[in-house]
Design a protein around this ligand. Structure first.
Ligand SMILES: Cc1cc2nc3c(=O)[nH]c(=O)nc-3n(C[C@H](O)[C@H](O)[C@H](O)COP(=O)(O)OP(=O)(O)OC[C@H]3O[C@@H](n4cnc5c(N)ncnc54)[C@H](O)[C@@H]3O)c2cc1C
Length: 477
């Protein structure tokens, strides 16, 4: 049996130790910006996860080089000060929220693309760059970096690596992990390792990059990433289909899957989400519909038009009331922005919590039905949208901001949704991560043995428990 491998989570440093740590940090790295003003700390306390109330961090530091990150971590290990790596704080599981007495480390000054290697279709980048900026720079060279979370204009590559982010085109190109060749990582003792190079094939030893990606800053801090690029695909063709029932949209997805269609986007919004989004931004969606699918193809030549025609036929055969193909790239962009705005439409309506569950694609209609039942049982409004082509949905729950029972009601609803996803053979998170929000569900999702193995990995790589303590792994043995 694998040993429990318990990590001793660093207790928050007492004020004297914390002050000594900060004094030595400033002495050793006099150029390092270190924020301690409470107003500035407040801006780095939370991420986008509703219903979580973390403490203020001890301080916030912005290193400019890998060597500075290594020095910070080495010193933090000596003083037993927790470290929280933080990208842009758009996370939806509490991965980047502050921990008591901890130093939050930002990567805004480490946001350069270091190299674009056209011959090998590879880019080497620092973690702080915004996903959309990275995509835009490689696109100028006729290249394509697929991972595209709906938040791509506001989230960082480092955060995407931290969460193994998904997005709209994962259905064809896979999640962030699929785009990673190797990483430079600062380990918990301040040492710096590289997990590999730029070889397309390389099976030397354990695959540390795959372990680090998605570990939410609990196993190491990414300071550089070597990412796979592709030749830019042709412009996408875009189809919207509206349905009178959610079940009809589910049938359309099943028909497309059975027909072997390989869209690069297959997204769903339910009627509530359509109306909330349309009130937010006027994208031209049919607000009378119960469901909308967005299907896109970037296949070469005439194949894209054939894909869209086949998707159109599948939707109409499944009862679509109305379909619309974007007439040009500008219209397609607008429709895509509409899908990306779904959350902003919903979160204005009260205290809103976006959830993230995934099921085998064939069980998607059952998940949708379970979410509807749970909303009715809890008597609360909410919308469901997401990456239906991946079986990954974001049921969202809304309560009035002034409802004292609101947070508890949201907790009841999300608990019921996790249970439903697990009962359908799914998981409590498809792309947002366990963070702090779902730690209590990790054992139920993965099993005791797997979580014991995770603890052993954590204990081996971070024996002092200073890297993002309290995230991912549940408390206890
Ligand atoms: C409107 C909206 C839409 C979204 N859509 C999607 C979507 O389609 N798909 C999706 O997957 N997510 C989505 N998200 C969630 C979020 O944007 C992603 O999780 C994103 O990857 C977080 O990036 P960030 O830069 O904000 O990271 P943060 O939230 O700051 O951090 C995320 C995690 O990464 C860790 N981390 C950050 N930098 C590093 C580093 N250098 N080394 C190691 N660990 C690090 C942090 O500790 C934390 O655990 C959405 C969020 C919003 C608000």
């Amino acid at each position: 049996m694998i040993g429990a491998g318990r990590t001793v989570a660093a207790a928050p440093p007492d004020p004297a130790r914390a002050a000594a740590f900060l004094a030595e940090l400033r002495h050793r790295l006099p150029e390092l910006p270190v924020l301690t003003d409470p107003a500035e700390l407040e801006a780095h306390r939370r991420d986008e996860t509703a219903n979580i109330d973390p403490p203020l961090p001890l301080a916030v530091a912005s290193p400019a080089t890998t060597a500075e990150v290594a020095d910070i971590v080495g010193l933090a290990a000596a003083y037993r000060v927790p470290i929280v790596p933080r990208g842009e704080g758009t996370g939806l599981s509490g991965g980047a929220i502050a921990v008591a007495g901890g130093l939050t480390v930002l990567f805004k000054r480490m946001a350069r693309i270091l190299e674009i290697d056209r011959e090998n279709l590879v880019a080497v980048t620092q973690p702080g760059i915004i996903n959309a900026s990275f995509k835009a720079v490689v696109a100028e060279q006729g290249l394509f970096y697929p991972p595209d979370p709906a938040s791509y204009e506001t989230c960082s590559i480092g955060g995407n690596l931290g969460t193994n982010a998904g997005g709209l085109c994962c259905v064809k190109y896979g999640v962030t992990r699929e785009a990673v060749l190797s990483l430079e990582v600062v380990l918990a003792d301040g040492s710096v390792v590289r997990t590999g190079g730029r070889n397309v094939k390389d099976v030397a030893g354990y695959d540390l990059a795959r372990l680090i990606v998605g570990s939410q800053g609990t196993l190491g801090i990414v300071t550089e990433a070597t990412l796979k690029l592709r030749p830019a695909p042709p412009p996408k063709l875009t189809l919207l289909a509206f349905f009178a029932t959610l079940e009809d949209s589910g049938r359309a997805v099943a028909r497309m899957t059975a027909a072997g269609l390989q869209p690069c986007t297959l997204e769903m919004m339910d009627g509530f989400t359509i109306r909330a989004t349309e009130e937010y931004g006027h994208f031209g969606f049919d607000t009378t519909a119960a469901a909308m699918l967005m299907v896109e193809s970037d296949a070469p030549g005439s194949a894209a038009a054939a894909d869209i025609a086949a998707a159109d036929a599948a939707c109409l055969a499944s009862g679509a009331t109305f379909t619309l193909a974007a007439s040009d790239p500008a219209e397609a962009d607008l429709l895509r922005q509409g899908r990306r705005a779904a959350w902003w439409g919903i979160e204005r309506l009260g205290l809103a919590r976006m959830e993230d569950v995934v099921v085998p694609r064939s069980r998607m209609p059952e998940l949708v039905a379970a979410v509807e039942r749970i909303l009715a049982e809890q008597g609360m409004p909410g919308g469901t949208f997401g990456h239906v082509g991946d079986g990954n949905l974001h049921p969202s729950f809304i309560v009035p901001r002034d409802d004292p029972e609101g947070p508890a009601r949201i907790d009841r609803a999300r608990t019921a949704v996790y249970a439903a996803a697990l009962a359908l053979g799914g998981s409590v998170t498809g792309e947002h991560g366990i963070g702090v929000a779902k730690r209590d569900w990790l054992v139920r999702t993965r099993g005791e043995g797997a979580v014991r193995a995770m603890r052993a990995v954590k204990a081996a790589l971070d024996p002092l428990g200073i890297l993002n303590p309290g995230k991912v792994l549940p408390d206890g043995a």
